[in-house]
Structure formats: structure tokens, C-alpha cells
Design a protein around this ligand. Structure first.
Ligand code: DON
Length: 305
């Protein structure tokens, strides 16, 4: 299949939808994103790459970082991690507080904000003040690019406006589900969200999830096959929050979005994909990114269903 030609067609076909999205502004530094930007990158298991659009442009990975932190935490804690964070869809927005109160501070899954904050707390218990560098080094290794960095302006901007996340972490602390100092954990979480990557780097860094947990290029075992299965399952059922059903319905791939405008998607045993378009839908996921992935699975018949 000529994937390059297919993504070139997609770039044309998504143009009418570009103005329908709205860039995230609850993190003020994200409000300056250019809504017209579009990029899509594919990497196949054999290392063949295909890209279109501004695939070298860096953007903050935001909630896509939750895939990396969940991977690292799963390696450390295995099944014990699920005592602190579940694996069911929440059916609620990514930053919702409602279930946390009556579910006693145990977040539904590691991809909503509450679950990701608990995951970062679990990493903090092991790595303390080296936690952010552990996350960053993991990402650098996976994407094969040592220059990956966090963006201080985006980090500071979220820190100054992160009232909702502070509510979540305080509520969880009151239930005993946060082990470390709140400021240490939340600042690590905001820093991981502000890591800057492009679509090519993000697609590369997810390749282990398309290959039973093994990086097919370096042959390194990142997680076990069973753990890779769980991560993919959670991306499918929870990766787009209360739009996860919609994403499965229209795209039909495990995927994870970020409010920076990126979405990563996995085609098991074939490839990893990353798409970028900063205009979001009402659930906070890239509107054109979702559309582009829908067009991709329609044209290639590579949906898992
Ligand atoms: O915690 C937040 O609200 C952001 N740093 C990340 C949220 C996010 O990316 C939601 N995804 N679509």
C-alpha cells in the first residue's frame, strides 16, 4: 500500500474541517497555536517512515505523556498499580472530579487526569526528584532523539492555571491515594505534559506498542506482551475520555490524544501513527486529527475491527 500517497490525499481532504476546531485556551500558552497547522507521520515496524505537513514542528505532548508514564509505572509495579488506579472508561471529561469522591479517590483509569497524577505519584515514590528525568530519558530512548525537552513557558502557564488538577490531587491526597508531596507531584505532572515533540518523534516512540512491547528497530523489550496488550486496550477504551467510544466507532484503533493537538494511534503488528492539528473538539481531542485517522482507516481498512 502506498501510505505516502494516502496521507497526501488525507491532507487535502481534511482542509474543510480545519476551522471547526478550537485551540485549548485553559492553558494560556497553548492559545497561540496556529489552527492551520497539520502533520501526520507513520512509522512501520520495519522502520519505513512516511510524513506529511509540518512533521518537524514541535508541540507539547500533554496527555500523550500519560502513555509513557503508565508504561514506566506498569514496569515497576505490575498488577499492584491497579490497586491505586483502575482500568475502566470514565465516561466523563478528562479533568472531571465527580467520580473521585464516591469512588474514594481511586481514579477510573490512568489516562484521565486524576489517574495520570496517581501514576506520576507512583513514579515519584520510586524515583523522587529524578522522576521527570526518568520520564524524559525514557521518551528520548524510545524516539531515538536525545534533544527532547520540556517547554518552560507552557509548564509555567499550566502551573499558574492548574486549579482543576490541584483539586484532583488534593481530593486524592485526602483519600490517602497520593503518597508524596502535592507540589512535587503536580509540578512533575505539568512538566511531563509540557514536553515538546513532533509527529515523527511521537510515532517512533510508540512503535513498541505495535509490536507486543518490543521495539522492532532496537529489539529492546520495553514491556511484556501482556502489558503491551493492556496499554493498547486502555488506549482504545479510555484514550479519548468521554469520546473514546466515538473514536473507536469512527477510527477503530488504540489511540491517545493530548490538548496540545496531537493524537497517537497504534495499528497492531503494523505501525505507529501520530497526527497533529491543534483545533480541538468539545471533548478536548484534536478534531482534524480524529478525522484524519478516520480517513486513514477507511482508506487502508487497517482498523482493528
Ligand atoms: O492536565 C491537563 O489538563 C493537561 N496538561 C493535559 C490534558 C490533556 O491533554 C487532555 N487531552 N486531550
Amino acid at each position: 500500500m502506498d501510505y505516502q500517497k494516502i496521507i497526501e490525499e488525507i491532507e487535502e481532504e481534511i482542509q474543510p474541517f480545519i476551522k471547526e476546531g478550537k485551540v485549548a485556551d485553559y492553558i494560556p500558552a497553548l492559545a497561540n497555536s496556529n489552527i492551520n497547522d497539520f502533520a501526520m507521520s507513520i512509522i512501520e515496524l520495519n522502520g519505513k517512515q512516511h510524513s506529511i505537513g509540518c512533521s518537524q514542528k514541535l508541540f507539547s505532548i500533554q496527555s500523550i505523556s500519560k502513555v509513557f508514564t503508565f508504561t514506566i509505572a506498569l514496569k515497576i509495579y505490575c498488577k499492584n498499580l491497579y490497586k491505586r488506579v483502575g482500568y475502566e472508561p470514565s465516561g466523563n471529561p478528562f479533568n472531571s472530579l465527580v467520580q473521585l469522591e464516591y469512588e474514594k479517590g481511586i481514579p477510573r483509569n490512568p489516562f484521565i487526569n486524576a489517574g495520570a497524577i496517581v501514576t506520576t505519584d507512583a513514579l515519584y515514590s520510586k524515583h523522587k526528584s529524578n522522576t521527570f528525568y526518568t520520564i524524559l530519558n525514557f521518551i528520548k530512548k524510545q524516539c531515538g532523539y536525545a534533544g527532547i525537552q520540556a517547554n518552560n513557558e507552557i509548564y509555567e502557564s499550566e502551573l499558574a492555571h492548574g486549579f482543576r488538577n490541584l483539586s484532583l490531587i488534593n481530593l486524592m491526597k485526602s483519600f490517602g491515594n497520593i503518597e508524596n508531596n502535592i507540589d512535587d507531584v503536580i509540578s512533575t505532572y505539568f512538566r511531563q505534559c509540557s514536553i515538546m515533540m513532533n509527529t515523527q518523534q511521537l510515532a517512533n516512540s510508540m512503535l513498541y506498542l505495535a509490536n507486543h512491547g518490543i521495539n522492532p528497530l532496537t529489539k529492546e523489550v520495553i514491556v511484556s506482551a501482556a502489558q503491551a496488550k493492556r496499554i493498547n486496550a486502555l488506549m482504545l477504551t479510555c484514550g479519548h475520555y468521554d469520546a473514546s467510544g466515538d473514536f473507536a466507532f469512527h477510527v477503530g484503533l488504540p489511540g491517545k490524544s493530548g490538548v496540545g493537538g496531537g493524537i497517537v494511534a497504534i495499528v497492531p503488528q503494523k505501525m505507529a501513527i501520530c497526527v497533529y492539528s491543534p483545533g480541538l473538539n468539545k471533548e478536548g481531542n484534536s478534531l482534524v486529527g480524529t478525522k484524519a485517522l478516520e480517513l486513514f482507516t477507511t482508506k487502508t481498512k487497517l482498523s482493528i475491527f
